[in-house]
Design a protein around this ligand. Structure first.
Ligand SMILES: CC(C)(COP(=O)(O)OP(=O)(O)OC[C@H]1O[C@@H](n2cnc3c(N)ncnc32)[C@H](O)[C@@H]1OP(=O)(O)O)[C@@H](O)C(=O)NCCC(=O)NCCS
Length: 156
């Protein structure tokens, strides 16, 4: 795809997400917008208001089944700038973000390129996830660290 087409498509997605994700009243509609924009979203997910997914590389975001993404989360699958600067050359990353089944991303959290939030992992509100997490555990903070194991088994 040429650069102009790529930028136009990204701009279109940005408008869809900007308005759709804050104005549409039901999660199912917001999930529809994400899918339309190219994000892979599984079954039974809840997506809150003002969630922003990478509009340049939405196809790099894979969300499993029964995942909760609370309000104001940001999922960024790339590091890059259109500015012609030495830093722009130094930091050029594109990497998949994966969120496993049953995971929950607390409100206002930020997921950086390449992280994998494992299934049934809770990410505390306001966290900055810089590394992949493990299953059935609570992670929180900036940078996001493992806090404890979570037992979600109903029989226990
Ligand atoms: C994670 C959460 C569920 C609390 O879980 P919990 O099992 O009750 O955990 P606790 O409150 O016992 O906290 C355990 C430790 O993690 C820390 N912690 C908990 N949440 C944290 C957060 N969001 N950021 C940083 N640290 C956090 C606590 O300070 C505590 O640290 P300490 O042991 O040093 O005192 C809650 O803090 C949270 O983030 N909820 C999400 C709210 C939200 O996003 N709502 C949107 C609904 S759509």
């Amino acid at each position: 795809m040429n650069q102009v087409k790529f930028l136009m498509l990204a701009a279109f997605r940005r408008y869809l997400m900007l308005f759709g994700m804050s104005l549409l009243p039901f999660s199912v509609m917001r999930v529809g917008i994400l899918r339309l924009c190219g994000v892979r979203v599984g079954r039974g997910c809840y997506v809150g208001f003002n969630v922003i997914c990478d509009t340049n590389f939405p196809e790099l975001i894979h969300i499993g089944n029964d995942v909760t993404i609370s309000h104001n989360c940001i999922l960024m699958a790339h590091t890059g700038t259109p500015c012609d600067s030495p830093l722009g050359k130094l930091y050029k990353v594109r990497a998949k973000i994966e969120i496993g089944d049953g995971a929950w991303i607390g409100a206002g959290s930020l997921l950086l390129p390449g992280v994998n939030v494992a299934s049934h992992c809770m990410v505390g509100a306001g966290s900055v996830v810089t590394k992949s997490t493990d299953q059935h555990s609570l992670w929180a903070g900036n940078p996001c660290r493992r806090i404890k194991t979570l037992t979600t088994d109903k029989s226990s």
